[in-house]
Design a protein around this ligand. Structure first.
Ligand SMILES: [Zn+2]
Length: 301
């Protein structure tokens, strides 16, 4: 079993051969699919041959082997060759969150000597749990340092020694940071320019951040609430509760759009600091507003 993703996580299309079948999962002679772990969720994608495509719904590791669960196992035999395609958008999103975590954790440690306890990355965004609370005023400064790392265009690469994989960020090995890690990362810190530090989570030792674009939009997931409300139209108590959540969201969105508008106006009138971006509510802004604000915000630093 060759875990090819450790050597090159830029490969998302490859050919591979089935070496084991277990339940509805297959193992391949080499794979670039990330099996999850280190608080990063697994890749998904497709495998296909001339008979058609099958969805790879989950990838996991067990006893050193990587297994790919497929939506239909029927007709697959050991020795079969498949073209494999990883969901690029999902991979890029997760790699962006993961790489950003290394950078944010290093900045927070260097500036405030606060350690990262753990981090989580899934399709709803990233969060970092620190060993002690951060101050709201620090977020501006962390964002500013983060922008400097983007501009610095550091290379990001893996060093593999036996079972230990080290991710290094810098012009030379470990210039900026070096951590043991086997997740997937971007190639250069310049690719982090769409990362958005949202603000605190449930407590102020938890920092939330996200990427603009394909995944992670709270707005997208709330669309599902509308669908559920329609489906459950008859069951009053459930739909009332969901309607309440949707109404809360709508009023937050209206509030946030007002906030965004005044922030842009403040910026146009020469206001210098826009603390609202560090606030929790910014997460509820519509994507286009977030984007325009982020651009204006960045110009300022
Ligand atoms: Zn990592």
């Amino acid at each position: 079993m060759q875990k090819a993703y450790l050597r090159d996580y830029s490969v998302t299309d490859f050919e591979s051969t089935v070496v084991e079948i277990r339940g509805n999962a297959i193992s391949l002679n080499k794979t670039f699919f990330y099996p999850g772990g280190g608080h990063q969720v697994n890749d998904t994608g497709f495998i296909f041959d001339d008979k058609g495509a099958r969805k790879v719904t989950r990838v996991f590791e067990e006893n050193g082997m990587v297994y790919h669960e497929v939506d239909s196992i029927n007709g697959i035999n050991i020795g079969d060759k498949f073209e494999c395609r990883i969901d690029k958008a999902r991979r890029k999103y997760l790699s962006s969150l993961h790489t950003a975590q290394h950078v944010i954790s290093r900045i927070v440690f260097d500036k405030y000597k606060i350690n990262t306890i753990r981090s989580e990355f899934d399709v709803n965004g990233g969060s970092i749990v620190f060993s002690s609370p951060l101050q709201l005023e620090w977020i501006d400064s962390i964002t500013c340092d983060f922008d400097a790392v983007i501009k610095r265009e550091y290379e990001i690469y893996n060093c593999i020694a036996g079972d230990i994989v080290t991710v290094s960020i810098g012009d030379n090995r470990g210039d900026f940071s070096e951590d043991d890690c086997c997740g997937t990362h971007l190639k250069n810190t310049s690719q982090l320019d769409n990362i958005f530090i949202i603000g605190f989570g449930r407590k102020n030792n938890i920092l939330l951040y996200d990427v603009f674009g394909n995944y992670g939009s709270i707005k997208e997931s709330l669309k599902d609430y509308y669908k559920i409300v329609n489906l459950l139209g008859q069951k009053k108590d459930v739909s009332t509760k969901i309607s309440h959540i949707v109404n809360q969201y709508n009023s937050l969105e209206r509030e946030t759009q007002e906030m965004c508008k005044s922030a842009i106006n403040a910026q146009l009138l020469g206001g210098k600091k826009i603390y609202e971006f560090s606030g929790y509510k910014a997460a509820f802004a519509s994507l286009s507003d977030q984007e325009s604000i982020a651009k204006i915000y960045k110009k300022n630093h």
